[in-house]
Design a binder for this molecule. Structure first.
Ligand SMILES: Cc1cc2nc3c(=O)[nH]c(=O)nc-3n(C[C@H](O)[C@H](O)[C@H](O)COP(=O)(O)O)c2cc1C
Length: 159
């Protein structure tokens, strides 16, 4: 029996996630980034992470051909940044401050955490690809995460 696409979205949307902006640079050195909630940790030794990338996104070539990427885990104060990087177009970097570490991928200040990665293996995954990365440098700070659940943003409610 086939699975209805909308029902599938609603079903997987029951799984609450954090929200990240994953960044890299293109072959000309221009910053590239997109909002992603498919991020997860993969291996502890060596430290590795993965995320899934839609084959249709404008940043596909930069990520699939790039040697490095950075994961910026967003705080609940960064919903506007999530929205900015969930739209396509060059202007998402206009008037947007970032720093870089050794790997050169944009690191977004004010994130809950940042992980800089050396790009690893890529696996096929239907209309997405799975990109793995070895974590080379990390930073984490206090704060509450931005969450995504049932197709919308949510915040932690802890006493
Ligand atoms: C909360 C949220 C999570 C998302 N997660 C992913 C993801 O994991 N992988 C992906 O390819 N796109 C994901 N997207 C969609 C991309 O952010 C969106 O297609 C973006 O416009 C791509 O930018 P680009 O076309 O400039 O590359 C997500 C969007 C939102 C709002």
């Amino acid at each position: 029996m086939g699975v209805d696409p909308r029902e599938f979205r609603n079903t997987v949307g029951c799984f609450a996630t954090g929200v990240t902006v994953i960044t890299t640079t293109d072959s000309l050195g221009k910053p590239i980034g997109l909002t992603a909630n498919s991020f997860t940790s993969l291996s502890l030794d060596p430290p590795m992470v993965l995320f899934c990338l839609d084959r249709k996104v404008a940043s596909f070539d930069a990520f699939s051909e790039g040697g490095a990427f950075a994961v910026n885990i967003l705080s609940e104060l960064q919903k506007d940044i999530s929205n900015r990087f969930a739209t396509t177009g060059d202007d998402k970097w206009n008037d947007f401050d970032f720093v870089t570490w050794e790997g050169g991928s944009p690191i977004i200040p004010g994130s809950l955490a940042n992980l800089e990665c050396k790009a690893g293996n890529i696996f096929e995954g239907g209309d997405h690809i799975i990109l793995t990365g070895e974590v080379m440098r990390i930073s984490a700070s206090e704060g509450s995460p931005l969450l995504y659940w049932k197709g919308g943003y949510a915040e932690l409610n802890v006493d």
